[in-house]
Each structure stands twice: as C-alpha cells, then as structure tokens.
Design a protein around this ligand. Structure first.
Ligand SMILES: *Cc1c(COP(=O)(O)O)cnc(C)c1O
Length: 404
C-alpha cells in the first residue's frame, strides 16, 4: 500500500509522473522493474505480517515491491484516493475487498448485474462463509434501501454494469449506505478511473480491473482496490499479504506504462465510441444501441451528471443475435471477436440473454424484466478501441451486411 503524496496537478501530468521518480543510482528517466522477490534485510528484521506498516522496508515481494508501489501511487493520484492496493487480477481485488469487510453473520447487498465471476462468487462462495447476500437492481436506489438490514455491512455496485451498461446513481446509494452505517464499494472498471470518481460521490471503496482501461493494451492482468489509508492498510496486511493474490512486478510495470497515457486514450475511446454508436443507431439492421453518451440511453441524464467520460463501451442488438454472431465474427477483419475490453484493439463479443440468466445471474422476475429491457435476447458488447473510427465503421458495415 502506498499513500498519495503528490499535490494534485493536471491529469495528463499526473498520469505520467505520479508515483515515478528517476532512479537515484542510474539516473534512468523511465521507471525500471524490480523483479527481486527478496530484499537484503537488517539482522533482527521482523518477518511477520502483523508488524507490517508504512515504515516496513522492502523484505519480500508478496508484502511490498517498489514497482508495484509506483503503480499503486499513480492509481491513488488518478482516482483521488488516499491509497491503493494492487492485486494479481480484478477478481483477486474483489475477493480481498469482500473478505476484509464481511464475516459470518454479516449481510451483503450487491447489484443483480455484475461481472460474471463477481455474480457467481457471491452466489456460491460468499454464502458458504455464513454471509447472507441480497441481489438488487441498483438502477433504482430505493431497491437498495429496501434490502438493508441492521447487519448489512457492505453495499456493492458496479457502474456502468458489465455487460448491459446499466448505470447506478453512486451519490444516492452512498447517502443510503451512510444512513445505515454500511460501507459502499463501486466497481468502476467500465468507466475507468477517469470516467467516474465514486469516492468523491461518497463511496468508501473503488475497484478496478486494471486488465481493462488502465493497462489498456491487453497484455497484463491486474486489479486494484482504492480507498482511505486505514482500510487500505487493513486490506494489505489482513488479506493481500496473507491470501497472496498479489500483482507481479512485471505486470505492474506494464500497467503503469499503460496508465501514463490513460487520459489521452479515454478521450479517444469516448470520441470513437460516440461515432460508432451513432453509426450503429442509424443502421437498419441494428435494433438497439446502448451507450451512455447517446441521448437514447435510458439513463442519459444520470450518465451526464455522474460520468466524466462516457468510455468506449457500448452494446448493440440485431434480430436473431445468436445466428448473427457467427456471421459477424466471420466477416470482421479489424475488430477482434474476443472477450475483455478497454484495449487499444476493438473487441466484440455476443452475450445471449438466456445464457447469461442461466449461467451467471439468478434473478427475480422483476430483475429479469429489467435485464431484458436492456439486453433483449442478447447483446453484442463492443469495446471501441483506438483504431480510426471510419475503419471500425467500414468493418461493422461489411459484417452487418452479411446478416440476411
Ligand atoms: C474484467 C472485470 C472484472 C474482473 O477483472 P479480472 O482482471 O479479469 O480479474 C471485474 N469487474 C469488471 C466490471 C470487469 O469488467
């Protein structure tokens, strides 16, 4: 865990310089990678996680590593958080956050639409630990209020929610959480640290899968939890060091390198996505487009209020999507038919609604109706990359032309 120390500068300056200092020995301008797992210790140094603190020198990389520290510091500055803890994946970060906050007898309120592994973990693993879980449609904050119990320790939202790009009013739910004395966590991976600032809107924690926009190049998996210094120290000492889902210094180096261009990339993702979304919205074979930057998004007003960047994520629908997916996957030449998102390369993937409801989401009839309102029978989730938008349009035009 590394604390934010630098005063707030411009975003582009922070993205490049935060967490970095030229190497005092070699005077290298660009950050190096410290892959060493062990560090020379003074005789009598303590080797117990219990004694871990800010002043603990580097000892063993599962505890703390200079390259990972640099990334954590950059992330904290970009998010406007006191501190960050990096993990080996987004899921490791989410697991640590849940284990830190919840014990047997506690209650978790979580979005009924969230990243599939988050949904599956909170359906199976978390209840096995004696923690009760209520899933609610968080597009209406009143659903959260109605689900609260005196033992609700944590409220967990995802905005925009993967995969349907439904939004959650972070400010409204933060107020409800505070009233109930519950902590509030937001997975803001789809928005990136530049698209929404949940801590400023009253949340206690932010989660990012660094695999997505922060790395941005599709070549390193990582995750992070951000929040206040005390909680991050607790997560680091109590969970990260002991459960060991830590980030490799090599991946930390790749991710911090990606993060230095995050503001530029997010601007270009947003510009490209809007152009592609407008093209799709006008296309005769496309029945629906969901993009927060379009006036047609059912929560466009909330998007305009809370999102500082509309990001590069959109979904679109066509008639008989499952059949169209085969055709589209076959005819695309620039856009890759693949999972994941937030990369420089555009990625598209078809998610059947029936399949998602069968494998990942257990829903009440009302929740299912809300899901189907957004996703119809199935959606193409498109992560608009940084290629020239006219080339992406030409690629989609040709692919869609193959649909009978
Ligand atoms: C990808 C993703 C995750 C999981 O991150 P990994 O790095 O793949 O473990 C969590 N939440 C959201 C919203 C994601 O898109």
């Amino acid at each position: 865990m590394t604390e934010k120390t630098a005063p707030r500068r411009g975003l582009m300056t922070d993205a490049i310089h935060a967490g970095e200092t030229p190497d005092p020995v070699t005077r290298a301008s660009a950050p190096g990678i410290v892959m060493s797992t062990a560090f020379l210790a003074d005789a009598g140094a303590s080797f117990s996680a219990e004694d871990f603190g800010d002043e603990t020198p580097y000892l063993y990389t599962r505890w703390k590593n200079p390259t990972v520290d640099q990334l954590e510091q950059k992330l904290a500055v970009l998010e406007g958080a006191e501190a960050a803890v990096a993990f080996g994946s987004g899921m490791a970060a989410i697991t640590a956050l849940l284990l830190y906050n919840l014990s047997a007898g506690d209650h978790l309120v979580i979005s009924d639409v969230s990243y599939a592994a988050t949904a599956e973990m909170t359906d199976e693993l978390i209840p096995r630990l004696g923690i009760s879980v209520t899933k609610v449609d968080m597009s209406d904050p009143e659903n959260v209020r109605n689900a609260l119990r005196p033992n609700t320790r944590l409220i967990y939202a995802e905005t925009p929610a993967n995969p349907i790009i439904r939004l959650t009013d972070v400010e409204a739910i933060a107020a409800i959480a505070r009233e109930n004395g519950s902590k509030f966590a937001v997975d803001a991976t789809f928005a990136s640290p530049l698209g929404i600032h949940p801590l400023a809107l009253g949340a206690d924690y932010v989660i990012h899968s660094l695999t997505k926009y922060v790395c941005g190049h599709g070549d390193a998996i990582g995750g992070a939890v951000l929040g206040n210094k005390m909680d991050m120290a607790g997560i680091k000492k109590g969970i990260a060091i002991r459960t060991g889902g830590i980030l490799s210094p090599f991946n930390a180096w790749l991710i911090q390198r990606g993060a230095s261009t995050l503001p530029l990339r997010m601007k270009a993702h947003e510009e490209g996505a809007l152009i592609v979304a407008q093209f799709l919205e006008d296309h005769p074979k496309v029945t629906r487009v969901i993009y927060p930057g379009l006036a047609s998004h059912p929560q466009h007003a909330l998007a305009s209020r809370q999102l500082e960047n509309f990001s590069g994520m959109l979904t679109f629908q066509v008639a008989d999507g499952a059949k169209a997916a085969t055709i589209i996957a076959d005819r695309l030449s620039i856009i890759h038919y693949a999972v994941s998102l937030g990369h420089v390369r555009s990625l598209v993937f078809y998610l059947s609604t029936d399949e998602m409801l069968r494998t990942s989401f257990r829903m009440t009839p009302a929740q299912e109706q809300s899901y189907r309102e957004f996703a119809g029978d199935g959606i193409f989730r498109l992560s608009v990359g940084l290629e020239d938008p006219q080339d992406l349009i030409a690629d989609l035009e040709y692919a869609l032309a193959g649909i009978p």
